[in-house]
Write a protein that binds this ligand. Structure first.
Ligand code: NAD
Length: 389
């Protein structure tokens, strides 16, 4: 059976799904491994290193997709302009695909995958359980994004982050506010603290207070019970209007005091919550910086332009959409370890052995046997069809 490592074709995508180190592991588990020439180039993994790991090179995307029994990649299938075909049409009928499919945002690709009887797995739907931790690519990419967001902010800020006591007098430390203390937010707190900033963090989940404080930051969120604020998976859920109003008031006060605001708040499957309205941006100090890590889901700040940097009311607002790709070596290494752990979880003696009673296998599966098996995705497709009708 052949595992194929596809070259990413998304704009500004420099990562590769599998590094040579992981290719070797996949080969050792009994798979033949093929790689599209140059797939690792953007992250500085040379073709030669893959060959040394036991992979074979193929020269075209068409060959890679059509020969593979399972295709491994990062981005969801996209239209391949050079081949004038959608990647979901290139994969051999009945084969498998593992990527960050984000099915709720990519229903066109999902419909093609179902029609072509592809068994597709979405790495971003990995259950948040201890057993699945090694395969949790969402956490890996959030870790990178949280770190890089602080570097972008400090590079833009017309101040330094740490307090300095010098012959020229004392420089006060900058104040960084992190909104959303999940995986990305906690990494942003740790990075900003290492750079010497005074850090505060806001979240609706009370469970994060302790983690925030253990990283040396102050927790400034509303006082909600765990049941009000989060679901069984540990994700935030929509909160009551009154709790929302109180939290928002508290948040806007903190935003006005901050030099840097890094927002990471998300609610799975929904648009990102709007937490920083335009008039709050107008009340920030001139020269302040916002990095909105929820830009790809519409943004936490009203003035965010996804994929762009804009200046409004003398505040620079970054809306990066693919931050992990700007750190391609380590982002690829982490994703590769996650996706390889997942592939090996699905492997018995060099081929796929799919146990649908296993929560990792069934929880990540989006399409199989010609059906959309993920309920939320099926509902989204039905809603879209009704809206069109
Ligand atoms: P996420 O990306 O979905 O959300 C980021 C943060 O935004 C979360 O902390 C969330 O509470 C917060 N948020 C959502 N709405 C908000 C609002 N209106 N105002 C303020 N903050 C808001 O979350 P994530 O980082 O992917 O993970 C969430 C949690 O899941 C983690 O903190 C962790 O507890 C848990 N987790 C568990 C595992 C595991 O057990 N294997 C792995 C990863 C994460």
């Amino acid at each position: 059976m052949i595992a194929g490592i596809a070259k990413e074709i998304g704009s500004n995508e420099r990562r590769v799904a599998v590094t040579p180190e992981s290719a070797k592991q996949i080969k050792a588990a009994g798979w033949d491994v093929i790689l599209e020439t140059g797939a690792g180039k953007g992250s500085f993994f040379e073709d030669r290193a893959y060959e040394e790991a036991g992979a074979s090179l193929v020269s075209s995307a068409a060959e890679l997709w059509s020969r593979s029994d399972v295709v491994l990649k990062i981005q969801p299938p996209l239209p391949n302009r050079a081949l004038n075909a959608h990647e979901a049409e290139l994969i051999r009928e009945g084969a498998a695909l593992i990527c960050m499919l984000r099915p709720l945002s990519n229903i066109d690709a999902v419909k093609i995958l179902a029609r072509r009887r592809i068994t597709s797995f979405s790495m971003d739907m990995m259950p948040r359980t201890t057993r699945a931790q090694r395969m949790d690519a969402l956490s890996s990419m959030s870790t990178i994004a949280g770190y890089k967001a602080v570097l972008i902010a400090s590079d833009t800020l017309p101040k330094i982050l740490p307090m300095l006591v010098t012959a020229a007098g004392t420089i006060a430390p900058s104040r960084v506010l992190i909104v959303g203390a999940g995986v990305a937010g906690l990494q942003a707190i740790a990075t900003a603290r290492r750079l010497g900033a005074v850090v505060e963090a806001y979240d609706v989940r009370p469970a994060v207070k302790e983690e925030v404080e253990s990283l040396g930051a102050k927790f400034v969120g509303p006082q909600l019970s765990e049941r009000e604020a989060q679901d069984e998976q540990g994700y935030a859920k929509a909160i009551s209007p009154e709790a929302q109003r109180q939290g928002m008031e508290m948040l806007q006060q903190r935003v006005a005091q901050a030099d840097v605001v890094i927002t990471t708040a998300r609610v799975p499957g929904l648009k990102a919550p709007r937490l920083i309205p335009a008039d709050s941006v107008a009340r920030m100090k001139p020269g302040s910086v916002i990095v909105d890590l929820a830009a790809d889901m519409g943004g936490n700040c009203e003035l965010t332009q996804p994929g762009e940097t804009v200046i409004r009311h003398d505040v620079t607002i970054h809306g990066p959409v693919r931050l992990a790709s700007t750190v391609p070596v380590h982002a690829s290494q982490m994703y590769s370890r996650n996706v390889t752990a997942f592939l090996l979880h699905l492997t018995r003696q060099g081929s796929l052995h799919l146990d649908w009673t296993d929560d990792i296998t069934s929880g990540t599966c989006v399409t199989r046997d010609g059906e959309i098996v993920n309920a939320a995705t099926r509902q989204r497709v039905e809603d879209a069809a009704t809206a069109t009708a």
